[in-house]
Write a protein that binds this ligand. Structure first.
Ligand code: NIG
Ligand code: FE
Length: 424
C-alpha cells in the first residue's frame, strides 16, 4: 500500500538538497555540498519534506494529492537571508548621490545623516506605514526565491519605536508566507539625544530597552529574539558591545554582532568568546580572529552587497575563513544606507566574483549555512526529511546559473511549507 502525501514535485532537472553536515552547517572546505540529484522528486506532507530521491521510486512509494511539475528545471531549498535591516521608513537616495560623488558613509553618519536619518523617519512613521513600506521589500524578496528572512530592529533607538519595529516584524511574519526571524538591534547607532553621552545610551539600553524587549519576546515571540550590536568606530566600542551582549545573555537572548565592517575592533574574537550565533560583515577581520571564528561555532556571515553598495573594493576574505574551518554564510544586509537590495541570487553573483566562492559554495552559504546563522538550521535551509518544504523552482536548468547570471529575477515558483506562494 502506498503512503499518502500532499504534494510530489516532479520532473526536476537538477535537485539540490544542500544537506546539513552532522546536524550543523557545512564548515570550511566542506562548503558546497549540494547533495545533487538528477531524475529526483520531492515528497511533501503537512508542510514538511518526507523524502527526496528517484522520481520513479517515490511515485511508487507515495500517492500524492497533487503534483507540481518543475519543467525539467533546477530546484533548490528556499533561500535564507540571515542579515537584513528590511524594516524601515523613508529613503536616503540623496545620500547615495552624495556618496557616489565622494562623501564617505562615515562622514554622512558623523553629520547626523545615515542610520540616524532613517531613525528620524522611522520614529515619525505610523505603525501601518512602517509595515506597508517593509512589506513591499519582503514581497520582492519572496519573488526572488527567499523564504526565510532575519529582520533587525535598530531604527528606533528608543524603547517605543524599537518595540514598534519588533511588532512590525511579528505582524509581517503572521501576514506573509515568509518566515521572519527578529533581532533586537537597539545598539545600531548612538541616537542624537545621547550624542554627548554614549555610555548613557548603553545604560538606557541595558536598564530599560533590554528588559522591555525580553518582556515583549516572552509574550509575542517565545522562540527568542536575537540581540545584535554594531561594534564599530562611531557606533559601539568593544567594551560597550561586551556590556550589552553580556546583559542580553542574562535574559537568555541568543547573540549576533556586526564586526569589522570598516575598522577592526576585536569584535570577531568577542563573538567567538561569547558563543554568538553569528558574526557579520567580517571584512577587515585580522588573521588571528579569523582563526578564532574558525575554531568556534559562530557562523561567519559575509554581506557582499555592502562593499558593493558603498563602491568599496574590499570584501570578506572568504577563502581565508574557509581555510580556517569557519562556517560561512552570505546575506543581503538589505538596508536604506549601504545596500538596498532584496535578491539573494544577486548576493551569490557578488560572492562568486568578489569572495571567490564557487557557485556551489555560494548556494550552500545562501541556504543551509544561512539557516544555521539564524538558529533555524534544524527547520529550514535544506531539503531533508523532517525539514520545512520550502523550495524554489528556478527558470534555469542548473545551479551555476544562479551565480552566473544577475540582475533578473530567476525564480519561477516558490513553495513555502508545501504551499505554492509565488509563481512568476
Ligand atoms: O549593516 N552596519 C550597520 N548597519 C547597516 C547600515 C544601515 C544603514 O545605513 O541604515 C549595515 O551596513
Ligand atoms: Fe547590518
Amino acid at each position: 500500500m502506498s503512503e499518502r502525501i500532499d504534494l510530489l514535485v516532479v520532473n526536476i532537472g537538477q535537485l539540490c538538497t544542500v544537506p546539513a553536515h552532522n546536524g550543523g552547517p557545512q564548515r570550511g572546505a566542506a562548503l558546497g555540498d549540494l547533495g545533487l540529484l538528477s531524475g529526483a522528486a520531492v515528497a511533501i506532507r503537512e508542510g514538511l519534506v518526507v523524502a527526496t530521491g528517484d522520481e520513479a521510486a517515490l511515485r511508487s512509494q507515495y500517492t500524492a494529492e497533487q503534483t507540481l511539475d518543475a519543467g525539467g528545471m533546477l530546484v533548490t531549498p528556499g533561500l535564507v537571508d540571515p542579515h537584513t535591516h528590511v524594516i524601515w521608513a523613508g529613503d536616503r537616495a540623496d545620500e547615495f548621490e552624495r556618496r557616489i560623488a565622494g562623501v564617505t558613509y562615515q562622514q554622512i553618519m558623523a553629520e547626523g545623516g545615515g542610520i540616524n536619518r532613517t531613525v528620524r523617519a522611522t520614529r515619525a512613521a505610523d505603525p501601518q506605514a512602517l509595515v506597508a513600506q517593509s512589506r513591499e521589500r519582503l514581497r520582492i524578496m519572496l519573488t526572488h526565491g527567499t523564504t526565510t528572512v532575519e529582520c533587525k530592529s535598530g531604527y528606533g533607538l528608543e524603547t517605543r519605536t524599537e518595540i514598534a519595529m519588533l511588532e512590525a516584524i511579528a505582524a509581517l511574519d503572521a501576514e506573509l508566507p515568509l518566515d521572519l526571524v527578529p533581532t533586537f538591534l537597539g545598539a545600531h547607532a548612538i541616537p542624537p539625544e545621547y550624542a554627548d553621552d554614549p555610555d548613557g545610551y548603553v545604560d538606557l539600553l541595558i536598564g530599560e530597552m533590554l528588559p522591555a524587549v525580553a518582556e515583549w519576546a516572552a509574550v509575542r515571540w517565545p522562540e527568542g529574539v536575537f540581540c545584535d550590536v554594531f561594534c564599530e568606530v562611531g557606533a559601539f566600542s568593544l567594551a560597550q558591545t561586551r556590556r550589552i551582549l553580556e546583559a542580553a545573555r542574562g535574559y537568555g537572548m541568543p547573540l549576533k554582532l556586526h564586526v569589522d565592517e570598516f575598522e577592526p575592533l576585536g569584535g570577531a574574537r568577542l563573538a567567538a568568546e561569547l558563543g554568538a550565533v553569528s558574526a557579520d560583515h567580517i571584512v577587515v577581520t585580522p588573521e588571528d580572529e579569523i582563526e578564532a571564528l574558525g575554531r568556534s561555532n559562530t557562523v561567519a556571515v559575509s554581506l557582499p552587497p555592502t562593499p558593493f553598495g558603498l563602491a568599496h573594493t574590499r570584501y570578506t576574505p572568504a577563502r581565508r575563513f574557509l581555510a580556517a574551518g569557519a562556517a560561512l554564510a552570505i546575506a543581503t544586509d538589505c538596508n536604506p544606507g549601504t545596500g538596498w537590495n532584496e535578491s539573494m541570487a544577486f548576493v551569490m553573483a557578488l560572492a562568486t566574483r568578489y569572495l571567490r566562492l564557487t557557485p556551489a559554495e555560494a548556494l550552500a552559504a545562501a541556504t543551509v549555512n544561512a539557516a544555521y546563522a539564524i538558529g533555524r538550521g534544524h527547520q529550514v535551509g535544506s531539503l531533508e526529511p523532517g525539514k520545512q518544504a520550502d523550495l524554489v523552482i528556478w527558470q534555469v536548468p542548473a545551479y551555476p546559473h544562479l551565480s552566473y547570471r544577475f540582475g533578473s529575477s530567476l525564480a519561477q515558483t516558490v513553495v513555502k511549507r508545501g504551499q505554492v506562494v509565488f509563481t512568476a
